[in-house]
Design a protein around this ligand. Structure first.
Ligand SMILES: O=P(O)(O)OC[C@H]1O[C@H](OP(=O)(O)OP(=O)(O)O)[C@H](O)[C@@H]1O
Ligand code: HPA
Ligand SMILES: [Mg+2]
Length: 183
């Protein structure tokens, strides 16, 4: 699949699975079952879809799944910094414990905007769990409570992450061969 397009595999399917189980334990310890209401996971479409569904299944506490779609990248490989809501939450999060689930924190622009937006809706708490983070790319510091992997400042694809809508379906995280960008 996509033969010749992949330069190197950065994080294998097994690494992702192990890390997800680890993160799920940390999250569950902070949001124990037995509160009045379940934890709400807010997944950021489309990139977070794979991680969100795997995380929810790994969590040993109940969670409810909500999705938002925002876009800052479009088909580009660097963020425009302009965030648009393409799909908002279906429900009120006032007084609820909310965990934003992201595939990647790159410049931090998307998340910083989203945190401010969701905070105005008065949740009981608001935190972030991201599978990947690029420490060297950060333009705005956003507190990410749970991080899977810190990765180098390179464009990556797979496991939800796309380049021009392709490669999201790969089960691992990889870098692309230069010819893909050169078209
Ligand atoms: O930290 P940042 O520099 O803001 O980048 C991170 C965001 O960019 C990507 O989304 P994208 O806009 O590509 O939408 P997608 O998830 O539908 O691919 C990714 O899924 C994050 O949401
Ligand atoms: O490295 C990346 N790959 C794919 N999408 C992204 N969105 C932000 N950073 C990335
Ligand atoms: Mg994208």
């Amino acid at each position: 699949m996509y033969s010749g397009d992949i330069a190197s595999v950065l994080i294998t399917e097994q690494d992702i699975q192990d890390k997800t189980a680890e993160l799920a334990k940390l999250v569950a310890a902070d949001y124990p079952e037995g509160g009045e209401e379940d934890l709400i996971l807010v997944g950021v479409l489309k990139g977070a879809v794979m991680f969100m569904t795997d995380l929810a299944r790994a969590l040993p506490v109940p969670s409810q799944l909500e999705f938002m779609a925002v876009s800052s990248y479009g088909s580009a490989t660097t963020s425009s910094g302009v965030v648009r809501i393409l799909k908002d939450l279906d429900r009120d999060i006032t007084g609820r414990h909310v965990l934003i689930v992201e595939d990647i924190v790159d410049s931090g622009l998307t998340l910083s905007w989203l945190m401010r937006n969701l905070a105005t809706r008065n949740p009981a708490s608001l935190a972030v769990c991201s599978l990947l983070r690029k420490p060297d790319a950060v333009k705005v510091d956003v507190p990410v409570a749970y991080v899977g992997f810190d990765i180098p400042n390179e464009f990556v694809v797979g496991y939800g992450l796309d380049y021009g809508e392709r490669y999201r379906d790969l089960p691992y995280i990889a870098t692309l061969a230069p010819h893909v960008y050169e078209g």
